[in-house]
Design a protein around this ligand. Sequence first.
Ligand SMILES: Nc1nc2c(ncn2[C@@H]2O[C@H](COP(=O)(O)OP(=O)(O)OP(=O)(O)O)[C@@H](O)[C@H]2O)c(=O)[nH]1
Ligand SMILES: [Zn+2]
Length: 206
Amino acid sequence: MTDTPKKTVLKSVPAPTRPSREEAMAAVRTLIAWAGDNPDREGLKDTPKRVINAYAEWYRGYDLDPAEELSRVFEDVSGYDDMVILREIDVESHCEHHMAPFLGTAYVAYLPTDKVVGISKLVKVVEIFAKRLQTQETMTAQIADAIDSALHPRGTAIMIDAVHQCMSTRGVHHPNVSTITTQFTGEFKTNPALQERFLRLIGKTG
Ligand SMILES: Nc1nc2c(ncn2[C@@H]2O[C@H](COP(=O)(O)OP(=O)(O)OP(=O)(O)O)[C@@H](O)[C@H]2O)c(=O)[nH]1
Ligand SMILES: [Zn+2]
């Protein structure tokens, strides 16, 4: 049997059966009771509703398509062909192992060929992948893959630097550990000088 190459999923696969709001709120009541509190006491009365509204915000990326955000391109850039870099994009995501937040910063760069994309769309792509249950590695790869598939650039460079609350507020309890992930494709992958320039321009080298 041959190994098929791992493909990053750009469009989310819908949950087999998406529960109703009522079912989701009942699940929150169960978790409150499991934590040891009384879901019927005054202070917790509206909590299931608040929690599912928060979930709708934290996981809104399942209903959004990054390819659609990157579908509008501009070809009139007067021959500009150097890297485009977005620095310091806030990342607020949740790890798929504990559903705990991980918070940090993303840096996104690509080397255009004949077209560029509106820079806000790159922030939206980061946002869409962040608003799903993630590992930092998967999310980093997915952002690169979305840009490569939509723009066919000469290369893409992504870096995410984040602190995982599953490591800071529980488990190993190390609040100062941050995790850095990078994904380089195309010329960024094959040319160390380009990687170095990307890292220098985002302020990650001395
Ligand atoms: N590679 C990777 N690991 C992650 C990420 N987010 C959380 N984790 C890790 O996922 C692992 C899950 O490990 P398990 O042993 O299955 O779960 P656990 O017993 O809760 O692990 P501890 O966190 O070590 O207490 C932990 O080591 C987490 O630190 C991520 O984005 N990428
Ligand atoms: Zn976790």
